[in-house]
Design a protein around this ligand. Structure first.
Ligand SMILES: [Zn+2]
Ligand SMILES: [Zn+2]
Length: 563
């Protein structure tokens, strides 16, 4: 009998068909400089793509891109390039539309970062993209020598960039051969070459002007800093996908709190940008332009990236001494600005401490200690402010305060309410009025009567008679104040008081009439002068012309007379 043969069984091999990725309609060209400050721009990429296919950007856009673009039929006409060459690299719908179509055609999925779209939430399109193409000739030359094709940097597209951060040279905006300027993408555009005369735009760095910047002046320092900072921002485009408008508002709020103790006015003296505008940025209603943001970051020494991300407070170090620096600048401008003694964080700590100390400090005490004003304290620490205030006033124990006031009614000579308030430990007599209206009234009347008895009436009479002869006549209130009386002495010298007040009233009336007369004359002259110049005599114009304030009633009256 034959031995059974051992058969080894293998699992069945299932063959999956290999799926090739779909072919791209156009060449799968990789963008240059992704993730670096020297990242390429989308218009430059389109130029290179056309070059790879040996066609012009016009042919590429017309034949391949335009049919897929919805609502951009204008690019079918050569002359219309000027309508969309700017926003292709920007933050809006045009950029989105072009990115989608060119990604579809090339199957490259990271062309989004060749535009400013990743920053659309935190950048306003105002003054963002420059009107015409700009380039660094030395960068072009280096690109040519390194045997890679020339390309346009996204950095050059930004209107606020005037200097190449690598070569520290100003960007060029006109062709050195024919002097023409170029659209970001034109019918015959090609990175590195003039679209009119087709000349090469690169240039060798010459030894002679290698150190053209020489001693860096402040303006150049700022220009270079700006270029480098924006380059760093662009390099991180792919990591900044969750930026929101509120990030910017949060950072601005942080800057105001940290660098000018919460005072928008102080901050505005450093960065003059208009109160109204600044408030709308703080609310997140509008966005500052990129240059304003960078200006703040430059001056305050903070990172633009952290500013955009709204993460400044996470990165602040305890050794940050910028507030002191800023104030020095301020003090030189205005000697009236006295710097707060404590910073925002220190005030926070001290306010918490004040809640547990005894006797409870008043807000006024705290203001002196911290150097912060009442308004600022209330604005930044509303809860603590009211707690401290309430705690301080709770010191006035109602029972003992009432007793003191009642005893004061029998005291001789009668004490004033101010004195009693001090005895009770309450700084503001108004608080006593609120708590014990009847008692305080009685005390005040008693004190008044006492004072009345002590008045030297001969002296008062002489004062009143003298005032009657004065010119211009003083008001009765003014005379009462001068004689250090709490109220006009009608009870003793009613005739003198009435005469004084009548004299004053008639003076005011006649004076007002005189004023109205001259005002009407002035208005009539101004109207004549304005109409002779062909201008409408509006109230505003006349006010400006005469340099005085005119109320609407006076104006209408004067105009009626003219008619
Ligand atoms: Zn350069
Ligand atoms: Zn040229």
């Amino acid at each position: 009998m034959a031995k059974p043969v051992k058969v080894k069984a293998y699992r069945r091999l299932v063959q999956h068909p290999y799926r090739l990725p779909p072919n791209s309609r156009l060449y799968h060209l990789s963008p240059i400089g992704a993730g670096t400050p020297e990242i390429e721009c989308l218009t430059g990429y389109i130029g290179r793509l056309a070059q790879e296919h040996l066609i012009t950007p016009y042919q590429l856009l017309l034949k391949e891109v335009a049919p897929l673009l919805k609502g951009y039929q204008a690019i079918a006409h050569k002359a219309q390039f000027s309508l969309f060459h700017r926003p292709i690299n920007g933050t809006g719908r045009t950029a989105t539309a072009f990115v989608e179509v060119i990604q579809e055609l090339t199957k490259q999925d990271d062309l989004y970062y060749l535009t400013l779209l990743p920053w659309s939430a935190v950048l306003t399109s105002h003054s963002l993209i420059r009107a015409y193409r700009a380039w660094c000739p030395y960068c072009y030359e280096e690109q040519r020598l390194s045997n890679e094709s020339c390309y346009d940097l996204l950095l050059w597209v930004l209107d606020l960039i005037d200097v190449c951060p690598k070569h520290e040279k100003p960007l060029t905006k006109n062709c050195p051969h024919c002097g023409s300027h170029h659209l970001h993408i034109g019918a015959r555009s090609r990175p590195g070459y003039c679209s009119k005369c087709l000349g090469f735009l690169g240039e060798k760095v010459r030894r002679k002007d290698a150190n053209i910047l020489g001693g860096l002046n402040h303006e150049m320092e700022w220009q270079l800093w700006k270029s480098k900072a924006v380059g760093e921002l662009l390099a991180t485009s792919s990591q900044c996908l969750s930026l929101t408008r509120s990030n910017v508002a949060k950072s601005l709020d942080y800057c105001v709190r940290t660098y000018s103790w919460g005072s928008i006015s102080t901050f505005n003296t450093q960065f003059p940008m208009g109160h109204q505008k600044f408030r709308s940025w703080l609310k997140g209603d509008t966005l500052p332009i990129l240059e304003s943001i960078l200006g703040m970051c430059f001056k305050l020494g903070i990172s633009p990236l952290s500013f955009m991300k709204g993460s400044l407070d996470e990165e602040r170090t305890s050794t940050d001494i910028r507030p002191a620096l800023m104030l020095e600048d301020n003090r030189s401008k205005s000697s009236t600005l006295s710097p707060p003694k404590l910073t925002h964080d220190e005030v926070d700590i001290e306010l918490h401490k004040a809640l547990t100390t005894f006797p409870p400090p008043s807000i006024k005490d705290f203001m002196e200690k911290s150097g912060w004003g009442r308004g600022r304290l209330k604005k930044w620490f509303p809860e603590l402010y009211f707690k401290i205030k309430a705690r301080h006033y709770s010191l006035i124990e109602p029972v003992s305060a009432e007793k003191t006031l009642q005893l004061a009614l029998t005291e001789n000579p009668p004490p004033s309410l101010n004195l009693l308030a001090r005895r009770i430990g309450c700084k503001n007599p108004g608080t006593l009025y609120d708590h014990f209206p009847n008692l305080t009234k009685a005390i005040v009347n008693r004190y008044k009567k006492h004072r009345y008895k002590q008045v030297n009436w001969k002296h008062v009479r002489a004062g009143l008679c003298k005032a009657l002869r004065e010119n211009p006549p003083p008001s009765l209130r003014e005379v009462t104040r001068r004689l250090k009386l709490s109220e006009p002495p009608y009870s003793r010298f009613s005739d003198l008081c009435k005469a004084l007040s009548n004299r004053y009233i008639s003076y005011v009336k006649s004076h007002a009439e005189e004023r109205r007369f001259f005002l009407r004359q002035g208005i009539h002259k101004a109207v004549a002068s304005l109409t002779s110049k062909g201008l409408r005599p509006s109230r505003e114009r006349i006010k400006r012309l005469l340099g005085i304030n005119i109320n609407p009633a006076e104006f209408t009256e004067a105009m009626k007379e003219l008619k």
